[in-house]
Every structure is written in structure tokens, then in C-alpha cells.
Design a protein around this ligand. Sequence first.
Ligand code: G1P
Length: 286
Amino acid sequence: MKIKKAVFPVAGLGTRFIPATKAMAKEMLPVVDKPLIQYAVEEAFEAGIEQIIFVTGRGKKALEDHFDRSFEIERTLKAKGKNDLLKQIQELVPRTGTIIYTRQNEPLGLGHAIWCARDIVGDEPFAVLLADDLIKTDKPVLSEMVKKFDRMRASMVAVMEVDKEQTDKYGIINAQDVEEDIVRIDDMIEKPDPSEAPSNLAIIGRYILTPKIFDYLGRKQKGAGGEIQLTDAMKSLLKEQPIYGYKFHGTRFDCGDKAGFQMANLAFALERPDLRDKLLDFIKTL
Ligand code: G1P
């Protein structure tokens, strides 16, 4: 079965970026000139996703507007002959009906946010993308995972090695190598203290999940931080179905963190021919 739907949990308050996020969705923070959410949505479409499901909350209207037409801007750009920009903003609007919005009306955690999409996802495997995890790579991570899913027909998460002292920021897996870049997961734990972490292989925000996960999410058991954790539901799913880890190639930026977000801006800006030299000259002066 083809992966057609992708869930984007975007209800978080973005408290780490206050005051920037006081009145603005954190997913709208730009890396260079594109909001974080757009990178993730583009990655999903590139992987063949046909339907985007945003699990939103209060104060996220800008997300809806971003993926909708803006006649005012279009008219102005047309009048000024700025056709490149006009094309860009027109192309960013998906066909009507491609994006579905639902709400997470209580901040009960990532697992709960995904559960909120259960009726829209229905009985088919689906993807989850966390827009905070921005990955710079030649091989877009979700596309690679979809290809591997086509062959392996099992749930899969993106994983990477992190510093041993950082395990309490991630879902951490214990796994065995099965083939190049793929491990089979035997256990996982959300945000373990470094002294309890089974490894330093961390889950990064790209998932392909079978609909069976909703049975476990529906139990609404609270885990790390008192939240309903996706990792805990996957750990339970492991007793019934295999879950694989995909060791992606590339650099992951934690854009939910101020330093990670600035690094992402720098790395993506340095790739841009129109910005690179100016930035490098400036950096030399620092
Ligand atoms: C979430 C997941 C965690 C994962 C991380 C990746 O945590 O719960 O398992 O490792 O995303 O970014 P959060 O960053 O939302 O606390």
C-alpha cells in the first residue's frame, strides 16, 4: 500500500522561541526565506505524499494562510512585473483539498497529536514529519524511507547518532544492523537519562507508521514529561510488528533550539549563490 498521507503535528506553543513566537506559529520561523513548515511539506510532496494533515492549535492561522492563495500579493506582484516571485507563491499553494486541518485541543504530547489525526488517516500506513527537524541532505529522508517501506512493509523511523550526554532530549532506540543504513529496533525509550540510555541512536522527526499505532495511542498512557508519547506507543507496537530505523545521511538541524535554528540559517544561506560571498566576507570580520 502506498504512503499517501502525512501528519504534521503543529500545535506546539514554541515557548523556546518567545518572544518571537508570542503571536506567531513557530513553524513559520524562516530558515533564510522559507518557513520551517514549508521545507517539511515540500519533503512530503517529493516523497509522493498526496494528502497533508496538519494537527494545529490556537494561534496557527498563519499556517493556513501560508498554504492558501493571497490575491492581494498576487495582484501586486503582477502589477510590478515580479513574475518569478508570483510563480513562487502560486506554486506553493497545493491543489484544493490536499491539506486537511484538525485540532489538538489539549497539549497532551506528540503521541496525542498524532492520535488526533486517526479518523483522517484511517486504516492505512502514513508518514509523520516534525518540522523542527530540518535535514540537509542529497537524499530527502522521507523519500528514502518511502522506498524502503515499499520493500519492507513495516514501520520505520529516521535515526542518527547523538552525543551520549544528549539522550534525554530524544527517543532512543536499541537496535541490530540488518542491512546498509537499516537497523531493526528491539526497544526504545523516550528521553532517557544518559545513564539509562540503551545506545546513542536517537529518533529524528520522520516516521512511517502502520495504523495499528492508533490502538496504542488511544490508550492515552502518559510517559516522559507527563505527556502521551509516540515513542511509548511504538515501543508497545514492537511486541506485534517490527519497526526499523533508517540511518539517514545528511545534517540534521534542531530548529526547535535557538542554536540549532541559527546553524540551519547559516548552513542553508551559505548554499545560496546570492548570499554566500556576502556572508563569508562578514563572518571573516567577526
Ligand atoms: C520528539 C520525540 C522524540 C524524538 C524528537 C526528535 O521529541 O518525542 O522521540 O527523538 O522529537 O526531534 P520533542 O523534540 O518533541 O521533545
